[in-house]
Design a protein around this ligand. Sequence first.
Ligand code: AMP
Length: 336
Amino acid sequence: MSISQCGICYTLSMKKQILVSGLRATSEPHIGNYLGAIRQFLEKQEDFDCYFFIADLHTLTTAFEPEELRKNSLAVLADYIALGLDPKKNTIFLQSQVPQHTELAWIFNCITPVSELQRMTQFKDKASTDVKNINAGLLNYPVLMAADVLLYKGEVVPVGEDQVQHLELSRIIARKFNNAFGKTFPEPKPILNKTARVMSLTEPTKKMSKTGGAAILLSDSPEEIKKKLRKAVTATDATGKSEGVDNLMYLLKEFGNQEQYDFFQSQLKDNTIQFSHLKDALAEAISEHFKEFREKRKKLLEDPEYLAEVLATGAKKAQAVANKTMEEIKGKIGLL
Ligand code: AMP
């Protein structure tokens, strides 16, 4: 049957798939978050019905300062918008302003075996690095993540390698719920980001992270970027390999131009490279890449009323969908 013969077919073919993703507010976003997550959001916003949120509730699972949390939540929002996420096209909101996330998470908690949560690699990693703060929220993090996605009946989730296991658990939870109470949720699929991990500048065997101060933030000034890169480790190991140099070259490939990349690559081969030149060229490339972003971001942060308005509109849009899902779920599980 052709499209013109069938109005329903036409409507179905026009419906965009639902995409859900968020970023924690543990600090301001860094270039690892940009290459590993936000850049993908920007590409997807045209083709999907997108829900992008600031995962402030997830941030509570590791050590946090209230003032920093408040500041970083707004910083993530300003970064989203300044990088080009359009609040008119997408639903952009703060997780804690849509209480249905925690409501659904509770229901999911009651169908999720503790053993599934205990085997999560990220839980084991985080629990072993901060033994004084192995809280129940850290264990239940993937349950809240399942709620984040399924509340909007999310069909696709852009993820880095580190979140694949959590998304698999979301699929298990969706399946369990559907089997017990009737088909309700899609099983969300990952859109795997193939970007290599950006490594820490000072400890290049570890990934660049929001803690430790060795991350290049998107908001860093050209001087700060240069200063941080100057400290980047370029030492080689016994086999002559250097994860630090590989990381810098990877970043140059992403932010510099091909000519520059080829130039330093051939110097590396000939062993004539001066790392200070590579670092300065990279600093300039990164500074240039985020120049316009920095200006937009600064203007946005000077306008807290606009940011509050974006959040209020986003929360309202998200809540309308979330309420509908919760009504359906409550009915199915026998909550009056
Ligand atoms: P986080 O809020 O720190 O959990 O990071 C959010 C997302 O950013 C992760 O799921 C990754 O996809 C991405 N990300 C974080 N750090 C890096 C990194 N060093 N390299 C590449 N991607 C990263």
